[in-house]
Design a protein around this ligand. Structure first.
Ligand code: ATP
Ligand code: MG
Length: 358
């Protein structure tokens, strides 16, 4: 699947853009603040209807204008013409001119994986960032996972509210506990299954990027060791003290290590960056395996933080995804690597909200 056409109106610093893209590796070159990231944001928005910058759509509207439009043509087995119009009062999404009402009916029309500086949270941030990484990928690949996650979160919230009371109703507590155990068990099984599949891909990806590679490992470290029901029952005394549920998937950790040492504490910035890229490449590969075609890679500003050797390791990996019918969009301010490493790429210049082939 690839994005064959992109059309923007009043989208951030783009007043009007119409561009056509073939499959392959597209390099978006430009000085700072010209609109490179905005362009990736637009492709991601068409894919997920949200910004990877974690902001609301109102910020995306070109300053002083009432609405934005982002549209595109996705070419895969079928052709999908997507149009998304957004203003504070009105939003409209159509695919091949048919209105889409449910997000679930739309997601998957154009699949993307984004690589950006904020990804460093996955390695450096709290366990929540890593759980989120797993949960997002499970949501993308397992129908029903999102519903399960909602049910778990809901029973956890109710259970915690009850534990805050001086004398919690025993029968009510029992019923929330049963639901927590049932949904929590399924969440843990899904997360474990995913980490089992991802970790060899992460390890291999890391080895390909780094010249003298460390051994990158990803291990699922659930808060529950063996039996959720038994351990939850054992934790009752501590629960009463903390007035909150202290074990369960909401406390899961995903350990990321380099040569068996925690990457967050002992890794250099470049090593952490490499780890993030390996995680995202693994995500892309996993999605390719499931759907039979690679997602579009949106890569923002990652080359600048890698040394020459790691850049040389990463580029062939990216170009391979761009081959066949895959597609990659990568931004950078300068092409600071040997040309032969990326011979077959399409170069574009981004300049003050305009895009032209260079
Ligand atoms: N809603 C908006 N309306 C108009 N312009 C906007 C809006 N939001 C952001 N911009 C402008 O877009 C430009 C930034 O674009 P972008 O983040 O894509 O830059 P970039 O080319 O990726 O730069 P860098 O290399 O520094 O990352 C800034 O000049 C900013 O003022
Ligand atoms: Mg940028």
């Amino acid at each position: 699947m690839h994005l064959a056409k992109l059309k923007l109106r009043d989208f951030r610093n783009y007043r009007k853009l119409e561009a056509g893209f073939e499959p392959g590796f597209h390099l978006l070159l430009g000085r700072n603040a010209q609109g490179k990231t905005n362009l990736l944001e637009a492709v991601y928005l068409i894919s997920t209807l949200r910004s990877f910058r974690g902001v609301g759509n109102s910020q995306i509207i070109h300053h002083g204008r009432p609405a934005f439009f982002a549209g595109g043509t996705a070419l895969g087995q079928a052709e999908c013409d997507v149009r998304y119009y957004w203003s504070t009062g009105q939003r409209k999404l159509t695919v091949n001119e048919k209105p889409i009402r449910r997000l679930a009916d739309y997601l998957g029309t154009l699949r993307t994986v984004v690589f950006c500086t904020e990804d460093l949270h996955i390695v450096k941030g709290s366990a929540k960032s890593r759980r989120r990484f797993l949960d997002l990928l499970l949501t993308q690949t397992q129908p029903g996972y999102l519903g399960l996650l909602h049910r778990y979160t809901e029973s956890l919230r109710s259970r915690n509210a009850l534990l805050k009371r001086d004398t919690p109703d025993a029968a009510l507590l029992e019923s929330f506990t049963t639901e927590l155990i049932a949904t929590g068990g399924k969440l843990m099984a899904a997360r474990r299954g995913l980490v089992d599949k991802l970790s060899p891909l992460v390890r291999l990806g890391y080895r390909k990027i780094a010249a003298k590679p460390e051994d990158a490992k990803m291990n699922y470290a659930p808060s529950v060791r063996e039996d959720f029901a038994v351990e939850l029952a054992k934790s009752r005394a501590r629960e009463q003290r903390y007035r909150s549920t202290i074990i369960g998937p909401h406390r899961d950790e995903v350990k990321l290590s380099l040569d068996d040492k925690p990457a967050a504490q002992f890794g250099s910035e470049g090593q952490k960056r490499t780890f993030c890229i390996a995680l995202k490449m693994a995500q892309a590969e996993y999605l390719t395996g499931i759907h039979g075609s690679p997602p579009i890679l949106l890569i923002d500003d990652v080359m600048g933080e890698l040394d020459a050797e790691r850049r040389a390791g990463l580029l062939p990996l990216i170009s391979r995804t761009g081959q066949a019918l895959g597609q990659v969009f990568m931004t950078c301010t300068e092409e600071n690597w040997p040309r032969e490493l990326s011979a077959n790429l399409h170069r574009w210049t981004v300049d003050q909200g305009t895009l032209r082939r260079s």
